[in-house]
Design a protein around this ligand. Structure first.
Ligand SMILES: Cc1cc2nc3c(=O)[nH]c(=O)nc-3n(C[C@H](O)[C@H](O)[C@H](O)COP(=O)(O)O)c2cc1C
Length: 208
């Protein structure tokens, strides 16, 4: 696929089929992570790959009791009454657990968080490990799109991150970005309308 076509095709798919994603494709997608820019030349990323719906259900179990917390977070960000945004949330909220299990492939991208606790940064550069990991994640999402896959991720809320780190036996000093899943889109996958942005209006020449 041509690069700009990949950019156009990348969407968040919350309805995935159970068609298996092969190990070869998975390896190519994860390899894309190591092509992203990285702080300190490090590329300290590790991936826990969970296959099979039953195994995934065990890992994402902490999400169940936190759905209320997730809804609260959503209510907090909704200050605009934006129709497209609310259509997206109405679709996304009930699917947070289900969407992670459907394709039978869950990826947990871990990164080394050395300088200080992730949630207590002392300056912007304290977040460099986190930022590098997000660069890597975007590479993966684009590579997956190029392979004909849909992707979606859930950001841990409340105590989900701590619980999940225990479940997968993550070592000290590592955090994970999100719960990422990818798979072949379901036939009737719902895609909320994307916002149309006029790029020229967002470019401020010399001064804002
Ligand atoms: C930082 C970030 C956090 C997100 N968190 C979630 C999430 O927890 N659950 C979810 O279903 N989608 C999540 N999304 C996906 C967004 O809802 C989605 O990217 C947005 O609605 C635009 O739709 P599109 O990706 O199809 O263009 C997140 C995206 C980003 C960049």
């Amino acid at each position: 696929m041509e690069f700009y076509e990949v950019l156009e095709k990348r969407r968040t798919y919350r309805d995935l089929s159970d068609r298996e994603v092969s190990d070869e494709i998975l390896k190519r997608v994860i390899s894309a992570a190591f092509k992203a820019p990285t702080n300190d030349h490090l590329r300290q990323l590790e991936f826990v790959v969970v296959r099979g719906r039953e195994n995934i259900a065990k890992v994402v179990a902490p999400l169940a009791k936190n759905m209320a917390a997730f809804k609260e977070l959503v209510a907090e960000v909704d200050e605009s009454g934006d129709k497209d945004k609310m259509t997206m949330f109405a679709d996304a909220l009930p699917k947070q657990q289900k969407m992670l299990m459907e394709s039978g492939l869950l990826i947990i991208p871990f990164f080394r968080q050395l300088s200080c606790p992730l949630l207590k940064p002392t300056e912007q550069s304290s977040l460099n490990y986190f930022a590098s990991a997000w660069c890597a994640l975007e590479n993966m999402v684009l590579a997956a799109t190029c392979e004909g896959l849909g992707t979606v991720f859930h950001i841990p809320v409340s105590d989900e991150a701590e619980q999940i780190k225990k479940i997968v036996n993550a070592p000290q000093g590592y955090e994970f970005l999100c719960l990422l899943t990818m798979g072949y889109p379901a036939e009737n996958a719902f895609l909320p309308r994307q916002k149309v942005i006029n790029t020229e209006e967002r470019i401020h020449l010399n001064v804002w």
